[in-house]
Design a binder for this molecule. Sequence first.
Ligand SMILES: [Zn+2]
Length: 406
Amino acid sequence: MSGSLTLARIWGIEIQVHWSFVLILIYGAFIYAAGPGGIVGGALYGVLVILLLFACVVLHELGHAVTAKAFGIRVPYITLLPIGGVAQLERMPRKPWQEFLIAIAGPLVNFVLVALLMPLALFFIALEFRTGVPLSMAWLMHLMQTPSLQGLVLYLAFLNAVLGLFNLLPAFPMDGGRILRALLAMTMPYLQATRMAVMVGRGMALLFAVWGLLGGGIFLLLIAFFVYVGGSGELENVESRFALRGLRARDALTRQAYRLYIGDTLQKAVDYIMTTYQADFPVFDLANRFVGVLTRARLVQGLREQGPEGRVAEIMIPAERIPVVSPETSLADVWDTMLEHHTRVVAVREGREFLGLITLDDISEVVQVMGATRERWAAQGPAGPRPAAPGPGPSSPHPRPDEPPV
Ligand SMILES: [Zn+2]
């Protein structure tokens, strides 16, 4: 995410913090500076509380990440934002029970932290109790707000309980919403389960917004926004994937693609880009063997470094680094392959024969056409006129990497 700084790397996962996190530290300092700790002491204590709170958030996200990794899903980043953390899964788990375990692992970490802090918290409460203070909720709240070791332990136990419970609310794409989707997906198709979870999530977003406006604070409004937008984005994503599932790689192949040869200059690729719709080119050697791919991004970079007289062979991505799929691979799996390899292009091969390339643009085009066809079909019913040549749908999503915020 842009504007993020890498703090640490744990088990190959980069822990990043967004710049806006500083605002939360200032907020913490500000709140406690007005309290009984005094301006400087209170402010420092406030910063400490926020740092420890976010350490708990990191542990929560690591709960998701470690579980995901156990299912073979890479987790390149955990990003800390003011409203919480996001563990970036490279792809969605394939089985509902895997999503269930990945989603529940985060809140479980918080409950484990509560269980660990509880004996110490109870010990401190017992100590205070012996001094003759009447035990009441107001007194507990006061103790939590007071800068002290007792206050800190009690407050962290309380915050972890709140964090665990709040995340379990069925507000897809929050953890509870993912758990709901996973449970639904065990009894109905994944797409339908996602639609239902997103509907429930939108209802929750509305409740958060109302709660926020009625005095719950700006955080609830931010979370309401995140739930609404994030849920809609994931629904589009699942719908796209559903559209792609029934199609094979051979259906998306461009048969008459322009080819480049290793001896060609970049100028030739520029000419092709100017006069055709093609943006990525397979590169061949003189024996007509597929040896690499020149993508538009590489071409731009090559032009910058070497100018139009640069050689394709020096700029292209070598064939060994291009993932290979068979013509029978489903387009949903082709898309997954692109996400897993961080590439926008795959090579389609049948045995040793090179059949062509599929790019992210091709996938996007298929999704748009399928989306438009489906919308029209849904609007007019199966008996209505079918589009002869479906055009791109205006509201169709562009495929994007899965970014489940958890
Ligand atoms: Zn979570």
